[in-house]
Design a protein around this ligand. Structure first.
Ligand SMILES: NC(=O)c1ccc[n+]([C@@H]2O[C@H](COP(=O)([O-])OP(=O)(O)OC[C@H]3O[C@@H](n4cnc5c(N)ncnc54)[C@H](OP(=O)(O)O)[C@@H]3O)[C@@H](O)[C@H]2O)c1
Length: 439
């Protein structure tokens, strides 16, 4: 067996404790897989006196991050502090000191990927990040290695477990968004401030990473159009259910004009209506799942726990094993990630993406309303597949009825134009709600 491989852990919270546990409690198994021992040498935290989910010798724990990063007995630094400020410094310093880096930090990679990967190439070191997308689900390896013979044509992912938990509770238990969120917080599936999870930002960070690997595009998360679940009304979850659909927050990448010299990819995060029989529709609770379509393989699906101490540690330690074996370095060298300017694909707005749409209106029950709505759709050449008028909304001061319209396939831009017209109609009580429908 080769020399033991020293590891420095920066951050020992939820994920770090799981990694430390695996390294200390499963050392024999890991050594067999890695061909050498993986030795946890030092752990940097903010408060060494804090109780942790792993017991570490006191002399191993420090508050001095720089000392861990510079330690010559540590060739691999694992960044698990989170955020984009301190983490960026840790990763930069580690690479400059000649260390390989493993991170689970999607926000960091989405915001500073080009800088970090350029620094790694310059230092001839490797950055591994399997845990940064979908926690325990090996989606990075699937895209970068197992599907390497393919051009990916589409990705649809349930990448935020908190949102999926809330949507599952709304559809299965008929809960309101507020009640489902409160339950998610009580059970530890949502932070006290859940904004980044429920507004689609976290899923956009992860989509930016997947799009980089699958299409080579460098998309800033802010450029990815996103709509979260925080504005979803229980009414729409119920109507979708009646029509045979489930609402899911999907992070999607759609490639177009693949055979042209200038193919495009549209990236967005939004609630989508999926047929209940669709595999992604059946992913419940805090689980993650990603469907990837490759031009050679066809449809593939990856599913599993998207977060949590041990599930995420599973991916971090797999990266450590890959570095120990030397596989990660080889993949990293050829993948040329975040190098910019090398992709055939360009990122385009989602306006041109075509789909069916679910449109829900609250209208005053006046003659001619339906005709006006249909005209607005017809003006954009959007044809209607079905119209359902539901019972009047209880407790509403006026006679207000919900109208649900399912359209045939239409371009997103045209649908938005039609909605702008519909929202100006006198009979419309609240702005129209619309979601893509994926059949
Ligand atoms: N939690 C998950 O399920 C999950 C899943 C996938 C990816 N991730 C990613 O994994 C990373 C870590 O997440 P986490 O949930 O493990 O975070 P966490 O529980 O908040 O742990 C953060 C750790 O960083 C340490 N730290 C923070 N500031 C520090 C400083 N100035 N100096 C030294 N140490 C400092 C903290 O020390 P103290 O313990 O002393 O406070 C703590 O140990 C994030 O990038 C996250 O996005 C998490």
């Amino acid at each position: 067996m080769s020399e033991p491989l020293g590891i420095g852990l920066i951050g020992c919270g939820t994920v770090g404790s799981g990694v430390a546990r695996l390294l200390t409690q499963e050392s024999e198994r890991l050594a067999t897989r890695a061909g050498r021992s993986l030795v946890l040498r030092r752990v940097a935290v903010r408060d060494p006196s804090k109780p942790r989910a792993v017991t570490l010798p006191a002399e191993m724990v420090t508050t001095d991050i720089a000392a861990v990063v510079r330690d010559p007995a540590i060739p691999i630094v694992v960044e698990l502090v989170g955020g984009t400020s301190l983490a960026r410094t840790v990763v930069r310093d580690a690479l400059a000191a000649g260390k390989h880096v493993v991170t689970a930090n999607k926000a960091l990679l989405a915001a500073h990927g080009p800088e970090i990967f350029a620094a790694a190439r310059q230092a001839e070191r490797t950055v591994c990040f399997e845990a940064a997308v979908a926690g325990g689900v090996p989606i990075i390896r699937a895209l970068a290695e197992s599907l390497a013979a393919n051009q990916v044509t589409a990705i649809q992912g349930i990448l935020n477990g908190t949102s999926n938990f809330i949507l599952s509770a709304m559809s299965e238990k008929g809960m309101s968004y507020a009640d489902a969120l409160a339950q998610a917080q009580k059970l530890g599936y949502a932070e006290a401030d859940p904004t980044l999870d429920v507004d689609g930002s976290d899923a956009a960070h992860k989509l930016a990473i997947l799009a980089q690997i699958a299409f080579g595009v460098v998309a800033q998360p802010a450029e990815i159009e996103r709509h979260g679940i925080d504005t979803i009304d229980a009414l729409d979850v119920r109507y979708a259910d009646e029509l045979g659909y489930t609402v899911k927050l999907l992070a999607e990448a759609w490639a177009a004009e693949r055979d042209s010299p200038t193919p495009t990819v549209a990236l967005h995060v939004a609630p989508v209506l999926l047929r209940k029989t669709d595999m992604l529709a059946q992913v419940r609770g805090a689980f993650n799942a990603i469907q990837v379509v490759g031009d050679v393989v066809g449809e593939t699906l990856y599913q599993g726990p998207g977060a949590g101490m041990m599930a995420t540690a599973s991916s971090v330690v797999a990266d450590l094993i890959d570095l120990a074996v030397g596989r990660a370095q080889k993949t990293f060298a050829v993948a040329n990630l975040w190098s910019g300017g090398t992709s055939r694909f360009s990122v385009v707005p989602s306006d041109k993406v075509r789909s069916r749409f679910y449109l829900r209106l609250l209208v005053r029950d006046l003659p001619g309303v339906l005709a006006d709505v249909c005209q607005a759709l017809a003006d954009q050449e959007i044809s209607i597949s079905s119209v359902i008028q539901h019972e009047a909304v209880e407790g509403h001061p006026e006679q207000v009825v919900p109208l649900v319209i399912m359209t045939h396939t239409a371009e997103t831009a045209r649908m938005r134009d039609a909605i702008a017209t519909i929202d100006r109609l006198a009979a419309i009580v609240t702005p129209a709600v619309h979601y893509s429908v994926d059949d």
